[in-house]
Write a protein that binds this ligand. Structure first.
Ligand SMILES: *Cc1c(COP(=O)(O)O)cnc(C)c1O
Length: 389
C-alpha cells in the first residue's frame, strides 16, 4: 500500500498525447495541469521519447565521478539562455535545487566578510519544497506545524517592500519566486523586483530566484527572470526542465563557492535526465522562436478572460503570465467545486492558494485542445450554484 500523503482522484491514465489523456475505460480528458508544470512538451512527445530511448540504449547512468558530456552541454545551454555568466549544479528536484542554493548562500556568508552571515529572507505565501530546510524556507505557517526543530536563520517578509525592513547584519540572501505558484499565482511588480535586486547588490546580499515552476518558458520567456529583466545571483529550476524526467538545476554566477566534497548528488545530472532536458529545451526553443508559444499564450489568455466575464458571479479576475495562470474564485468553496466539476467534465485543473483555480497546460497545447478544454470547463462551471462571496 501507499502512504497516505495525497488525496488522489480515482482515475487511472493509460495513454497521453500532448494535452489529451485517456483513462483505462477509454474516457478522454483535457490536461490543463501537465503534471503540475512538468510535462512541458506534452504527453507522448515523439522527439523527447526518441531522445530518451536512444540514450537508454547507450548509457543511462555513470556517476559524477566521471565526465558526462550531455550534462556539460546542458550546463552551457542553461548559462547561455539564462544570461547568468557562471556554472550549473544538477540534482533531481525543486527542493534539492533550493537546498543547493541555500548551501551556496550559507557558505558564501561564511567565507565573505567579517561576521558570519547566514540569514535568508523569504516571503509569506511562498513555496520552496518539502525537505526540512525548504519547508522552513516556505513562508506559510501551515507547513511548520510538525517536523521541528527546523534549521535556524529563515526570516519572513510580507511582500517585496517589507524585505528591506527584515535585513540585518546577518542577512546573506533573499529567496523569492517572481510569480508565487502554490501560493496562488501571484506575480510581483517588475519595478519593485528590479529595485530590490539593485539594493541587494549594493549590500552584498544574494538574490536567489526560485524558478522551479516559472522556469523553462512557462511565463513565455525562458526564465521569469528574463521577463522581469533581472540577473539573479542564483536561479533554481526543476519542474518543466526534463519534460517529466526528474531533474533539478541551480544556475549561479558564484562559481568559486562550492569545492569538491562540499555538495553532490548520486543521480543528479545523469546521462538520461540531461539528454532529455537538452531535447526539451530544443523543442521549446523552436516553439518560442517561431512565435507559436506567444500565439498559444494569447489564445489561452483570451479564453480565460472570456470565462471570467461570462461567470463574473463566480470569478474575480485572472492572474499570472504566459501559461502559468489562475482564475480567482469568489471563495474557496466555489473554487473547490470548480475543480471537482471540471474533473467530472473531464478537464484537469489545479488548485493554488486559498481561492484560485490554477492552469499549467503543456506549453505545446493546441488550439483545438484549448477549445475543447474550455468548452468542458464552461459546462462544469454552468452547473455551479452561486453561494455568495
Ligand atoms: C514545485 C515547487 C518546488 C518543489 O519542487 P519538488 O520537485 O517537488 O521538490 C519548489 N519551489 C517551487 C516554486 C515549486 O513550484
Amino acid at each position: 500500500m501507499l502512504l497516505n500523503t495525497y488525496n488522489r482522484f480515482d482515475v487511472e491514465f493509460v495513454k497521453g498525447e500532448n494535452a489529451t489523456l485517456w483513462d483505462k475505460e477509454g474516457n478522454e480528458y483535457i490536461d490543463f495541469t501537465s503534471g503540475i508544470g512538468v510535462v512541458s512538451v506534452g504527453h507522448g512527445n515523439i522527439r523527447l521519447s526518441n531522445a530518451i530511448c536512444d540514450q537508454a540504449r547507450h548509457i543511462i547512468h555513470i556517476s559524477n565521478l566521471y565526465r558526462i558530456p550531455p550534462q556539460e552541454k546542458l550546463a552551457e545551454i542553461l548559462v547561455e539562455k539564462s544570461k547568468i555568466k557562471g556554472g550549473v549544479f544538477f540534482c533531481n528536484s525543486g527542493a534539492e535545487a533550493n537546498e543547493t542554493a541555500l548551501k551556496i548562500a550559507r557558505k558564501y556568508g561564511e567565507i565573505n566578510g567579517e561576521v558570519k552571515r547566514y540569514k535568508v529572507i523569504t516571503l509569506e505565501n511562498s513555496f520552496h519544497g518539502r525537505t526540512i530546510s525548504t519547508l522552513k524556507a516556505t513562508g506559510q505557517p501551515k507547513f511548520h506545524q510538525y517536523f521541528g526543530p527546523f534549521p535556524d536563520g529563515f526570516v519572513y517578509a510580507k511582500n517585496i517592500k517589507d524585505i528591506y525592513d527584515k535585513i540585518d547584519e546577518k542577512t546573506v540572501a533573499v529567496m523569492i519566486e517572481l510569480i508565487q505558484g502554490e501560493g496562488g499565482v501571484n506575480p510581483f511588480d517588475k519595478e519593485e523586483v528590479q529595485e530590490l535586486i539593485n539594493e541587494l547588490k549594493k549590500r552584498d546580499i544574494l538574490l536567489i530566484v526560485d524558478e522551479v515552476q516559472t522556469g523553462i518558458y512557462r511565463t513565455g520567456e525562458f526564465l521569469a527572470s528574463n521577463l522581469y529583466e533581472i540577473t539573479p545571483d542564483i536561479v533554481t529550476l526543476a519542474k518543466g526542465l526534463g519534460g517529466g524526467v526528474p531533474i533539478g538545476a541551480v544556475i549561479t554566477s558564484l562559481v568559486d563557492v562550492l569545492k569538491p566534497g562540499d555538495h553532490g548528488s548520486t543521480f543528479g545530472g545523469n546521462y538520461l535526465s540531461t539528454r532529455a532536458a537538452i531535447e526539451v529545451i530544443k523543442i521549446l526553443d523552436e516553439y518560442y522562436k517561431s512565435g507559436m508559444l506567444k500565439e498559444t499564450i494569447e489564445y489561452f489568455e483570451n479564453k480565460l478572460l472570456e470565462i471570467e466575464k461570462e461567470f463574473s458571479n463566480l470569478f474575480d479576475n485572472v492572474t499570472g503570465y504566459g501559461l502559468m495562470r489562475a482564475l480567482k474564485a469568489k471563495n474557496s468553496k466555489i473554487r473547490d467545486e470548480v475543480v471537482k466539476k471540471a474533473f467530472e467534465k473531464r478537464v484537469l485543473v489545479l488548485k493554488a492558494g486559498s481561492d484560485k483555480v490554477r492552469f499549467l497546460p503543456p506549453l505545446t497545447i493546441t488550439k483545438e485542445e484549448i477549445d475543447e478544454g474550455f468548452d468542458r470547463l464552461k459546462a462544469a462551471v454552468n452547473n455551479i450554484e452561486f453561494e455568495g462571496a
